[in-house]
Design a protein. Structure first.
Length: 365
């Protein structure tokens, strides 16, 4: 039988983390699978899964028991395994980020009151997390004090075409560290030439999909800009104790992202600029390789069993089961810009520039 909520929220938190963990991770075949999407994979150098890293980087601001994970019904047990102290909201169906965060806002408002929500994705990597925590702390203070929607923009380091952008006008270029900026507009994923212009101007920031806001402020914005969604959320609010009723209502909510549905329209959106840390949404094996190769000619997470010969900019990932066996040597000869992933499920050899094509293997196999 469907269950909406697992665990419990603390009685009087100063803030709660809302971890969005509903992705499918098809671009990380053969390591990921429908039953084990990206957020549960160990793709960092810490030895922990991405969702565990996400919670750990909040240390000092948010305690492990002050976390609410919103995930698919099929992945509840994995969340419990990776984050045993977290509470869980089980979405009966993925309806994008606006319904996801709206449901979380209703649950938090009913359970603990109008405390700031720090909403982040479960499957990003950050280097320099202490700098990000400083911004989170400022954002949480602002969210508590004012009726604003707060996001974190990442200073671009190259002309990325796979991210949306946030524009803050010339104020973005003239910013003082740690000072919130009024957001002028959000930009969709650009073509390469436009991305180069964004990078050169210094006025644009990558949209990392982070949101810091109180539940009442978020729900008011949804009411204004997404009235159909708000109507459904109101019905859910009245039926929180009946999981099957919530399931029926939720499955019929409009599927829309919080960015497109609310943030692009609202006038009370501000941004803190992330200048002093590195962030990636790890959207493909290439983005994973870029981070791993940042300070190395080649990379292997099983370095003691890997030999690179006349190879450059190659990244190798060996699954934990294969690492434990300690049986075979992996040799890489005469290759450049290649990702190799060795798992019991399958073997991937892929040029980094074509790593977005990996999902086609699932469809064709």
């Amino acid at each position: 039988m469907y269950q909406l909520f697992y665990g419990e929220l603390p009685p009087a938190p100063s803030a709660l983390a809302v971890i969005m963990a509903g992705g499918s991770g098809t671009r990380f075949w053969p390591l990921s699978a429908k039953e084990k999407p990206k957020q549960f994979l160990n793709l960092s150098v810490t030895g922990k899964s991405l969702i565990q890293d996400t919670v750990e980087r909040l240390s000092g601001l948010i305690q492990p028991h002050e976390v609410l994970v919103v995930t698919g019904e099929a992945w509840v047990s994995q969340v419990q395994q990776h984050l045993p102290q977290a509470a869980i909201l089980a979405e009966p169906q993925g309806r994008n980020t606006a319904p996801c965060l709206g449901l979380a806002a209703i649950k938090i408002l009913n359970a603990v009151g109008d405390v700031p929500m720090l909403c982040v994705a479960a499957d990003n990597l950050v280097q320099g997390a202490e700098k990000l925590r400083e911004l989170y702390a400022r954002a949480l203070q602002l969210a508590q004090a004012e009726d604003v929607l707060i996001t974190i923009g990442i200073k671009p380091t190259y002309p990325e075409t796979g991210y949306g952008y946030i524009y803050c006008g010339q104020a973005g270029r003239q910013r003082q560290p740690g000072t919130p900026l009024q957001v002028s507009s959000f930009k969709e994923k650009p073509d390469l030439e436009t991305a180069k212009q964004y990078l050169a101007s210094g006025d644009y920031f990558w949209n990392a999909g982070m949101l810091i806001v109180r539940p009442t402020v978020l729900l008011k914005a949804i009411e204004q800009y997404l009235p159909d969604l708000f109507e459904g959320l109101t019905k859910i609010d009245q039926a929180l104790d009946n999981a099957l009723v919530v399931k029926t209502i939720f499955e019929n909510l409009p599927a829309v992202s919080i960015d497109i549905g609310v943030l692009e329209k609202a006038e009370n959106v501000v941004m803190f600029a992330g200048d002093n840390f590195k962030w990636s949404d790890i959207g493909s094996w290439k983005s994973w390789a870029d981070l791993m190769l940042e300070n190395a000619t080649n990379y292997s997470n099983a370095a003691e069993r890997t030999v690179f010969v006349n190879s450059k900019n190659c990244a190798l990932y060996v699954a934990e089961m294969e690492k434990a066996e300690q049986k075979k040597i992996i040799g890489v000869v005469g290759l450049e810009n290649v990702v190799i992933v060795d798992t019991p499920r399958g073997l991937l050899v892929c040029h980094q520039d074509l790593s977005q094509e990996v999902k086609k293997i699932i469809r064709e196999s």
